[in-house]
Design a protein. Sequence first.
Length: 104
Amino acid sequence: MKRIRFYKLNVWLEKKLSFPGCTDKQLQGNITGFESQINLSFFSLLILIFLLIFSPRTTIYIHYLIASITLYIFSLLLQLFFPMRYLVIAAIYMNLYRLQELKL
């Protein structure tokens, strides 16, 4: 049963992250990037929950994790809706994020 679910998930991801003219190498890169962003947002969420439970006075870390989780989720949505242009959008978005960090 698990293999069927993973197969369906893999087919869905391939359909969502592929685009006309996409090579197999690009598709695997898109899938790998998508999975790594899911892992990053999940583990950031776990750290956030840990901090909220055991150290609620560390507000700067809590705010930073909330911001990074929203960035990861926004990046996931961009990758799903615009797979062909995702790399360009991600580069521009990350540069804007770095500029925003410098202003703080």
